[in-house]
Design a protein around this ligand. Structure first.
Ligand code: ATP
Ligand code: TYD
Length: 226
């Protein structure tokens, strides 16, 4: 099996990580691992790490690095036969160093989206808390307003997504993400995209991935995921 492809997507809340990750997974057959979704799975199945993580998430805090790495690295060990895209991890320098000591990344996509755009997007973001499924009344609305397409359960808006909370979250994201971005810039694998419209960014991301992912890997991954 030819070498596998390892990528990370980074960006502040509302920058489009989840949306773009789904397009990449669909188009290039990469396995998408979202740290937020993985935490929600652990919380739903009441694992020891899930119970611990929940105490931080409920307070709007980041889960401590040692908990995240102890949770994510074994999960990546299970994915050694797949090309993958990590979303939401690493988020701190300690997490990046732990990841870099266990595998060699090929590409890091960083989304650098203006604050006003983030505010606009998050003010219309509704989520199905249990699954993490994301809707947006302007961008990708649910079939029935306020209700999850799959379970029919009610959608909620996160307090964190309200404009007054967003500025603090954004500042914290920038403080914590900057050293991580600097590491991957120094490695020459960082690609930054800035625009208010994802549909304008997507063609560039898509052509970058087409150039970076050897076709035999992309074809093999697409075949294995269909
Ligand atoms: N890599 C990580 N390190 C520490 N905590 C994390 C990490 N990933 C997720 N979390 C915790 O899980 C919560 C949910 O993660 P998720 O990515 O779904 O939400 P978010 O950070 O608000 O993302 P978004 O960028 O979509 O707003 C986060 O608010 C954070 O508390
Ligand atoms: C990518 C994108 C997302 N959205 C909406 C969908 C979500 O409700 C919200 C955030 O997108 P999302 O993909 O959840 O971003 P992240 O995972 O980085 O937090 O914005 C738009 O309105 N326009 C866009 O171009």
């Amino acid at each position: 099996m030819s070498r596998l492809f390892r990528a990370v997507i980074m960006g502040p809340p509302g920058s489009g990580k989840g949306t773009i990750s789904e397009r990449i997974a669909r188009g290039f057959g990469l396995q998408h691992l979202s740290s937020g979704d993985f935490l929600r799975e652990n919380i739903a199945s009441n694992t020891e790490a899930g119970v611990l993580a929940k105490t931080y998430i409920e307070k709007g805090l980041l889960v401590p690095d040692h908990v995240m790495t102890r949770l994510l690295l074994p999960r990546l060990e299970e994915m050694t036969c797949h090309s993958w895209l990590l979303d939401g991890f690493p988020r701190t320098l300690a997490q990046a160093e732990a990841l870099n000591s266990s595998c060699e990344l090929d590409l890091v996509i960083s989304l650098n989206i203006p604050l006003e755009t983030l505010k606009e997007r998050l003010s219309h973001r509704w989520i199905h808390q249990a699954s993490g499924r994301v809707y947006n009344m302007c961008f990708n609305p649910p079939r029935v307003q306020g209700v999850d397409d799959i379970t029919g359960e009610p959608l909620i808006q996160q307090d964190d997504d309200k404009p007054e909370a967003l500025v603090a979250r954004l500042r914290h994201y920038k403080d914590v993400a900057k050293p991580v971005i600097d590491v991957y810039k120094a490695k020459g694998i960082l690609h930054t995209f800035s625009d208010t419209d994802t549909d304008r960014i997507w063609p560039y991301i898509s052509s970058l991935l087409s150039a970076k992912i050897p076709t035999d890997i992309a074809d093999a991954q697409r075949a294995s995921t269909h």
